[in-house]
Design a protein around this ligand. Structure first.
Ligand code: SF4
Length: 181
């Protein structure tokens, strides 16, 4: 379950601007108007979006399309130009950017550059990783990028338990991540 610490809540609130608050109220008003009148309206723009830096992954988790290599779309990397254009269009109203879905974000070499770009526009950024790429150098670059929330998926504390779901994973990798975090 996701938990926001007090510090994290303050950080989240610091991303609010008058325009973002107004946009959020418009989205809320659209929802209630559509619900009670039965006529769909849309007055606001997205307050939150989810972007996949990549659909590829180094692991083979059995419930994940990326792990199963079972996408019906191409596996590839999000291109920086496309990302920048999208954020340039949305950032005045956008409040929260989820940087993951299916795939390991750190496989995209431009991932932290994208995080930095979003952070500079005062958007709250969150990602999730299997921790296999959290080297000391990457840990430093993550902090410098301005990433607000880092979720590390760990499913066991021994190799035997861990690899039951995280097929192909190496328990020692997140031990390294723990040492540098
Ligand atoms: S680590 Fe994440 S993205 Fe990779 S196969 Fe497992 S669930 Fe899917």
């Amino acid at each position: 379950m996701r938990r926001f610490s007090f510090q994290d809540k303050l950080n989240l609130l610091s991303k609010l601007t008058l325009r973002r608050v107004w946009n959020g109220l418009c989205v809320l008003a659209s929802y209630y108007s559509s619900k009670y009148t039965g006529k769909p309206v849309q007055w606001g723009l997205p307050v939150s979006i989810s972007i996949e830096p990549t659909t590829s992954c180094n692991l083979r988790c059995p419930e994940c399309p990326s792990g199963l290599r079972s996408f019906t779309r191409d596996t590839g990397m999000l291109q920086t130009d496309f990302f920048r254009k999208t954020i340039d269009q949305l950032h005045r109203n956008l409040f929260y950017l989820v940087f993951y879905f299916q795939g390991e974000p750190y496989l995209n070499p431009a991932f932290l550059e994208m995080v930095r770009n979003a952070s500079q526009k005062k958007i709250y950024t969150a990602t999730s990783t299997n921790a296999h790429y959290l080297t000391e150098d990457n840990a430093r670059r993550i902090i410098e990028s301005g990433l607000d929330r880092l979720i590390i998926s760990i499913d066991g504390t021994t190799q035997e338990v861990y690899e039951q779901y995280r097929v192909g994973a190496n328990c020692k990798k997140y031990s390294t991540a723990r040492r540098v975090s």
